[in-house]
Write a protein that binds this ligand. Structure first.
Ligand code: DAK
Length: 258
């Protein structure tokens, strides 16, 4: 498959990487780019040789948001017809873990895209912000919701109402990102994390992601019941028998994803 706005690679065993590639527009997220991104992620999700994915941009910009030129004149009906939301929702359907490797600007939809991933590895030069207020609108792809759940109400209000931007160090302090690394290392660090996860028991990884995400959707009792069902279900897999036998026999497990 050839793409025009993204570059797809397999930089390590089990790892699929998508690089957003509209450098002249600071990786502004057009509908076409989002279509390509989601198509690439879905095809990796269905590919047995890939077990974890990375989304990245360049060392200067992750993404400066949705493409302002594309939506400037839109009426609500246009946004509905463009399936603006459906494209973004496709990310929630990806079963394998997705890591955002963020350097430079992650603004507006760029910040929301990173937040919609399962983990974020940030370069020291990363900047997170929701500047939509400057355009007379508000975040529309989860910014108000995911930020509030992640860094709390007070700071989210400041970011969304007053364009407060977070440095990488602040983002780490407030729990928005998993780690901050020197800018020259951010991509390798994300790929290394992805490769480590890719080497783990695939079904357990998939159900673990699903269970953690459920924590953000439901009550504690319902979430605990959901987790327990996944836990019990894994005892029907080869990998559970293999993992526990390997521990008892003091050897490395041979995961088969079944
Ligand atoms: N859209 C289109 N082009 C953009 C862009 C964007 N978001 N951001 C930057 N560019 C373009 C600039 O127009 C410029 O193009 P040329 O003029 O060279 O042709 C080029 O990238 C470089 O930008 P600058 O000349 O401005 O470079 P600077 O270094 O001075 O500044 C900057 C970089 C990133 C700080 C600045 O460009 C900037 O503030 N950009 C806009 C950031 C922003 O406001 N982002 C939020 C956009 S609204 C939804 C899904 C998603 C969304 C909403 C709903 N649904 C599913 C419902 C998302 C909305 C948004 O993201």
């Amino acid at each position: 498959m050839t793409y025009e706005t993204i570059i797809v690679e397999q930089p390590a065993d089990g790892v699929g990487l998508v690089q957003l590639n509209r450098p002249r527009a600071f990786n502004a997220l057009t509908g076409a780019l989002m279509d390509e991104l989601m198509t690439a992620l879905e095809s990796m999700d269905a590919d047995d040789t890939i077990r974890c994915m990375v989304i990245t941009g360049s060392s200067k910009v992750f993404a400066a948001g949705a493409d302002i030129g594309e939506m400037a004149q839109a009426a609500p009906a246009d946004l509905i017809h463009m399936d603006f939301i459906a494209r973004w929702e496709r990310l929630r359907g990806i079963h394998k873990p997705v890591i955002a490797a963020v350097a430079g600007y992650a603004l507006g939809g760029g910040c929301e895209l990173a937040l919609a991933c399962d983990m974020i590895v940030a370069a020291e030069n990363a900047v997170f912000g929701q500047p939509e207020i400057n355009l007379g609108v508000i975040p529309g792809a989860g910014g108000t919701q995911r930020l509030a759940r992640t860094i709390g109400k007070a700071l989210t209000m400041e970011m969304v109402l007053n364009d407060r931007r977070l440095s990488a160090a602040e983002a780490e302090r407030f729990g928005l990102v998993n780690r901050v690394v020197p800018t020259e290392d951010y991509r390798d660090a994300a790929v290394k994390l992805a490769a480590e996860i890719a080497a783990r028991a695939p079904l357990a990884v998939r159900l673990a992601k699903d269970a953690v995400n459920m924590a953000l959707e439901t009550t504690l009792s319902a979430g605990l019941a959901y987790e327990r069902n996944h836990f019990y279900g894994l005892f029907s897999t080869h990998d559970q028998k293999e993992g526990m036998a390997a521990f008892l026999e003091k050897r490395d497990p041979d995961w088969q994803g079944r």
